[in-house]
Design a protein around this ligand. Structure first.
Ligand SMILES: *[C@@H]1O[C@H](CO)[C@@H](O)[C@H](O)[C@H]1NC(C)=O
Ligand SMILES: *[C@@H]1O[C@H](CO)[C@@H](O)[C@H](O)[C@H]1NC(C)=O
Length: 272
């Protein structure tokens, strides 16, 4: 899985190398309940990903590669420097029904196969209440989207500061969540051994079979020992069922080295 479009750079799907034999999921970053100034729009999600990633280009990349699926990610960190937070809807039912219609229309327009949940900021006060509100609203939303066959894939993207509300979501609605794209690059682990320890922790908080190792191109956390780390995870009994990369926007700078090598790695793990 690879995030794409979040930096506003004029990226395209076409330049990303896609190999046969494994599933390739693009995650559009981000669909946000906000106007361009960051003001909430009553559960109306607007696309804030690069304008080059048009509905036609989604249809084209899927037509060219039958192994490609496209998801849109909800929220992200900020829009035009304004931090986006999960807020507490007073009327849960209304939030769920508005969010459902809004995402459904986005899914139809952009030919989407799935949704990724990436709220990264939560209200500071009353942690416990707020997180249960998040789990309920998002859990019901993703359940409904799958039940009504709007989408077939759901992923979530916790990072070290948001593990708690995501664990609650996963505990209650794990059945409809396909993958956990934990942002390991935020966990400040720099060696294969410490990545392994961290992976064990996150596997205990979520589900080891749904948890994907992740990598940030030119980013934080582990860099050139990433593949050594994957082999260490395998040696310790973790099946690598996928890899999440952030993001295609940065990848042209090294000619998609990690995208190519990740697909080789997965293809080889699958064939043994
Ligand atoms: C949707 O939910 C209804 C009621 O629980 C259930 O009968 C039906 O099988 C579900 N459909 C899908 C596609 O999950
Ligand atoms: C993936 O594995 C299959 C079977 O081993 C092989 O034929 C194919 O060339 C591989 N593809 C890539 C991109 O490595």
């Amino acid at each position: 899985m690879e995030y794409i479009g979040a930096t506003g750079a004029p990226v395209t799907f076409d330049s990303v190398p896609i190999e046969k034999g494994i599933n390739f999921h693009f995650i559009l970053g981000f669909a946000i309940d906000a106007d361009p100034s960051g003001n909430a729009q009553n559960d109306k999600f607007s696309p804030f990903w690069a304008e080059t990633l048009t509905p036609n280009s989604v249809a084209a990349i899927k037509a060219r590669h039958s192994n490609v699926k496209v998801l849109a990610s909800l929220s992200g960190w900020s829009v035009n420097n304004k931090v986006i937070r999960w807020y507490d809807p007073i009327d849960h039912k209304l939030w769920i029904s508005n969010a459902f219609s809004s995402f459904k229309s986005l899914a139809i327009t952009y030919h989407l196969d799935g949704i990724d949940i990436d709220y990264e900021n939560f209200p500071r006060h009353g942690d416990a209440n707020n997180s249960s509100n998040f789990a309920h609203c998002i859990g019901e939303l993703i359940t409904l989207l799958k039940n009504q066959s709007v989408i077939s894939l759901v992923t979530i993207a916790p990072f070290h500061l948001t593990v708690k509300p995501y664990m609650e979501l996963f505990d209650r609605y794990g059945e409809v969540i396909d993958y956990v794209n934990h942002q390991f690059y935020t966990d400040k682990v720099l060696t294969p051994q410490s990545y392994l320890e961290d992976f064990k922790l996150r596997a205990s908080q979520f589900d080891k079979n749904k948890l994907l190792p992740s990598y940030e191109v030119n980013g934080r956390g582990i860099q050139d020992v990433f593949f050594e780390t994957l082999r260490l995870l395998e040696k310790n009994g973790f099946g690598i069922n996928g890899i999440m990369i952030f993001s295609a926007d940065a990848a042209p700078s090294n000619n998609y080295y990690y995208e190519r090598k990740s697909q080789d790695f997965l293809n080889n793990s699958i064939s043994i």
